[in-house]
Structures are given as structure tokens and as C-alpha cells.
Design a protein around this ligand. Structure first.
Ligand code: ADP
Ligand code: GLC
Length: 490
């Protein structure tokens, strides 16, 4: 007994497809679990963008043109594979053009629920046809929420899966995959009334994430603080009851950082490299960022950066009533990269028009610019309403870019408020989700920046933090083994 067979399902996996941190994390689980010696079987849908970017995908001979019925519609899918970069792991893609050849990863099309019910079913079918018996099916977020129920229903008598256990990791409880109960027919299950949540059904709904929470053998989430927040308060967003009803508690494991991608000592997106021992290159990146963003640069003028999905979760509403006043009162510049909801886009566009040379906004998704913002900014702003883990604050620490964060979820678990007198701490942490608090936090951090000796200390503290995956992955390893009742090999 040593290596485990681990089937990892995620709707997005780096480097193939990404809209947010889920892709970073799924893309890090694969090589890091492999590094521990496990057999890893990652699955994701073959979106058209992935097909276009990876023409070298190979068909898996035994799994071609497989019919699979969802409700009244029979689809056909084929399994494609390629080697996961930097590993010997075979990455598997569910190729079903009828469901995945769409303009984006996620859609608001009426068959959106089917796209992910299908993903889960096709993954299970593929394992069966490949005669692979995973010890663990590691599901991620609502897209994979029905898998634990399938294991305990349709596939309960499948000998291959007799020893399989399911783990569901919640990356964001704000997205639950709520569907009209008419979609229940698409699950292909009998006795739906007893299997799914009765209250939801009475309201004419079914809920993929809730189903996962009810049936998974283990539920984890991406930081210890978020684990407690979702079980015990409003951030559970209606899931508190099912989470508390579980026989084993939700486990919080903080995400790691892939320092091969995110380290200013060798980041290929930068103009100049730098590190804790030699910070000079940071100024050169600030200059480049200011040129790129048409911001009036000055080493003494602090530059605040943001890279974010523009969604309610991220706390942008707090900035509506704080940033305009702060920009009038204090001397700083702001660079924002983000995509998402129109009201936030309009807000930042308006701010850039009103404060030319001081505020720059780039709408859209830009990997390279995200790295340059981490490197060239002095301060990184993340005032999230809630944040299951958050990755950018951890990236910022490594780049000596001081994070301003709200005291929630993974932000609370990764940033410690700076105490200038004792010289301890890595950023600015504010508690209340209100305008006064964020104004205080930005003002305080600008004051610290003004006292350069303190600032250098703060940067050194930040850059010394280590959130590498090698530390975090062993926690998953231990959980899998505990669930399977197996010990670590000696
Ligand atoms: P979330 O998953 O909630 O969006 P995280 O902080 O966990 O938040 O992860 C966000 C990831 O997506 C980070 O790697 C960040 O750099 C990246 N990202 C977010 N928005 C953009 C953007 N507009 N352009 C480039 N990268 C982005
Ligand atoms: C989600 C969360 C984010 C987390 C990421 C990866 O998108 O919003 O906080 O870091 O998943 O787990």
C-alpha cells in the first residue's frame, strides 16, 4: 500500500482553462499530488477554446463515441488526452461538442445544468471503461456536486467503485448550481424525492452543491476561517444546516501558491527581477506598469493595484464611496485590471476619466498584466465581502506588494496586520465591511508607505512568507488516507 488512485474533477484546470482561482488550485493539485507518488486522473470538459489551443490532444481508443443519455437527449462523447505539463500524468478531456463548443466556459444557456451533470456522468463512465478504480473522486465546486450521489446510487453496485470515496472541495459557496426541479429528470435517478433536499423540491429547485455536501464522504474548503464562517453564519449562504448535519466536520485547508509561476526572482512577465535581498528591480517594474497604464509615475507616489473578478464578492461596492474622496485627499495612483459585472466596470471607467494619470482601468483578462501589477504596485487592495481563500494576497506578499485585506476567510488566514512599533505583520487587515473601515485601511497603509523605514521592514516581512503547495498538499494526503482508513507508508 502506498500510492493512491485519485480522480480529480474540475470545470477549469490550469494551464488549459481559467476564469479564477479554481483553475490555479486544480492545476496545482495535479502535479503536487503526483509528486507525492499518487496516480492522478484529472478530468475536465473539452471546451472549444481548449480544443483550439491544444490541437495535439489524442483520442483514448477505448472511449470513443460513447452514447450517454441525459433526460430525453442522447449525447455522444469521446475521451481525449494529453500529458499534463511537467508531469507524466494523463489529463483527460470530455469531448462532447454539443455541450462544450460554446463561446465561454460557463454560459447562461438553458442547458447549463446538463453540461455539468454530463461532465460528472461521463467521468464516471470513462473510469469504468478504462477499468480505473479511483480510491478518491476529488470533486471541486458545484459543477461536480452530483458525483457523490451518483456513487451512492447508479454506481453503488459497480464493483470497480466499491472502495471509492468522494471528497468535495468548496471553493466558493456563493455558486451553488441551483436549477429548476424540472432538471431533476436529467439526473437519471429514481426516488428523487428521497434523494434530494425536500425543501428545495417544494420550492421547485434542485441544488448541485447542496447535494454534494449531503452525499460526499468528506467536505473540505479552502481555508480554516472560511470553514468556520460557512458552517456558523450568513456566509454559509443557506448551506449552514446541511454542513452542520454532516457526521464529519468540514475541513479547511488553505490553498498554496505555485511559486514557479509567481515569484519575482524569475517571473518572465517582468522587466526586472527582484527578491528580498535586492529590491531594486521593483522600481523598474513600477515604471513599466505606469508607462503601460498611462499613470504619472513617481517612486514616492504609492501605487495601489487590483486584479480581480468584478463580482459582488470582491467588495468593490465599498470603494464607490471611499475611493473618490481618498483620491482627492491623498496622493496615490490606482491600477485596476478586472472583468465582470457592468456596474463595477462603469465605476472604474468613471474613476479613470475623473482622475487621469492617477487612475487606470483595464477591462478584461490579461495574465501578463496581472503579473506586472503584482510586481509594480506598492500596495494590493482586496476588500472582499467574503473570500474563501484568495490567491492574489498571497502572490502580493511574495512580490513585496503590501496587501490591504478584509478580515475574512483565507485573507484572515494569510495576512497579519502590521504593528509598526513591534515591526511584526505583513499587511493591513480591516474588520468591518463598511466604507469607514476601508478608508481607514487605505489611509493607514499610505501613512506606513510614507515612513520608509517601516515600509521596508513590512516588505521584508511579506516577502519572507511561505505558502508553497508542498506544505499544503500533505494535508490533503493525510485526509485521503484517514478517509480510506489507511496509514501513510513508513
Ligand atoms: P477568485 O477565484 O475568487 O476569482 P482568487 O484570488 O482565488 O479569486 O483567484 C483569482 C485568480 O484569477 C488569480 O490567479 C488572479 O491573478 C486571476 N485573475 C482574476 N482576474 C483576472 C484578470 N482580469 N486578468 C488576469 N488574471 C486575473
Ligand atoms: C474561489 C474563491 C477564492 C479561492 C479560489 C480557489 O474562486 O473565490 O477565494 O481562492 O476559489 O480555491
Amino acid at each position: 500500500m502506498a500510492a493512491l488512485k485519485l480522480c480529480v474533477l474540475s470545470s477549469e484546470i490550469l494551464p488549459y482553462a481559467k476564469t479564477g482561482g479554481l483553475a490555479d488550485v486544480a492545476g496545482a493539485l495535479v502535479p503536487n499530488l503526483r509528486q507525492l507518488g499518487h496516480e492522478v486522473y484529472p478530468f475536465m470538459p473539452l471546451y472549444s477554446a481548449v480544443r483550439a489551443a491544444y490541437p495535439e490532444l489524442r483520442p483514448v481508443a477505448r472511449v470513443q463515441q460513447i452514447p450517454l443519455r441525459i433526460g430525453h437527449t442522447e449525447y455522444r462523447y469521446s475521451l481525449q488526452t494529453s500529458t499534463f505539463p511537467g508531469t507524466d500524468v494523463a489529463m483527460y478531456f470530455i469531448d462532447c461538442p454539443a455541450l462544450y463548443d460554446r463561446s465561454g466556459l460557463y454560459t447562461s444557456d438553458p442547458d447549463e445544468h446538463r453540461r455539468f451533470i454530463f461532465f460528472v456522468r461521463a467521468t464516471l463512465e470513462s473510469c469504468r471503461r478504462l477499468e480505473t478504480a479511483p480510491d478518491i473522486f476529488h470533486c471541486n465546486d458545484w459543477h461536480t456536486g452530483f458525483l457523490p450521489l451518483y456513487l451512492k446510487s447508479i454506481y453503488a453496485a459497480e464493483p470497480l467503485f466499491a472502495g471509492s470515496r468522494s471528497v468535495l472541495t468548496i471553493h466558493n459557496i456563493g455558486y451553488q448550481g441551483v436549477m429548476p426541479s424540472a432538471a431533476a429528470g436529467d439526473l437519471g435517478l429514481d426516488s428523487i424525492e428521497t434523494r434530494l433536499d425536500g425543501d428545495d423540491l417544494r420550492y421547485g429547485l434542485i441544488n448541485s452543491l447542496k447535494t454534494g455536501i449531503r452525499y460526499a464522504d468528506l467536505v473540505t474548503t479552502v481555508s480554516p476561517t472560511y470553514a468556520s464562517e460557512i458552517c456558523n453564519g450568513p456566509l454559509g449562504m443557506g448551506m449552514q444546516g446541511v454542513l452542520q448535519a454532516r457526521s464529519n466536520p468540514v475541513v479547511g485547508i488553505l490553498n498554496g501558491v505555485d511559486y514557479r509561476e509567481w515569484d519575482p526572482r524569475h517571473d518572465p512577465h517582468l522587466r526586472a527581477h527582484f527578491g528580498p535581498k535586492d529590491l531594486r528591480g521593483k522600481q523598474s517594474n513600477k515604471k513599466l506598469l505606469c508607462e503601460t497604464a498611462r499613470l504619472d509615475a513617481a517612486p514616492s507616489r504609492p501605487l495601489i493595484g487590483m486584479v480581480t473578478r468584478l463580482a459582488e464578492q470582491k467588495g468593490i461596492d465599498l470603494l464607490f464611496d471611499s475611493l473618490p474622496a481618498l483620491l482627492q485627499e491623498r496622493d496615490f495612483a490606482l491600477m485596476v485590471l478586472g472583468s465582470g459585472e457592468p456596474q463595477y466596470v462603469a465605476f472604474f471607467e468613471g474613476l479613470a476619466q475623473r482622475f487621469p494619470g492617477r487612475v487606470s482601468f483595464r477591462a478584461g483578462y490579461d495574465e501578463s498584466l496581472a503579473h506586472l501589477i503584482e510586481a509594480g504596485s506598492d500596495i494590493f487592495l482586496m476588500p472582499s465581502r467574503y473570500e474563501p481563500c484568495g490567491l492574489n494576497q498571497m502572490y502580493s506578499l511574495r512580490y513585496g506588494t503590501i496587501p490591504i485585506v478584509r478580515n475574512t476567510g483565507g485573507l484572515a488566514d494569510s495576512v497579519r496586520h502590521f504593528d509598526p512599533a513591534g515591526g511584526i505583520g505583513t499587511g493591513c487587515v480591516f474588520n468591518d465591511y463598511d466604507v469607514a473601515a476601508v478608508r481607514w485601511a487605505i489611509g493607514t497603509t499610505l501613512d506606513w508607505f510614507g515612513a520608509q523605514k517601516n515600509w521596508k521592514r513590512l516588505m521584508q516581512n511579506a516577502m519572507a512568507q511561505d505558502f508553497s503547495w508542498t506544505r499544503q498538499i500533505v494535508q490533503y494526503d493525510a485526509l485521503y488516507r484517514e478517509l480510506l482508513g489507511r496509514q501513510r507508508p513508513a
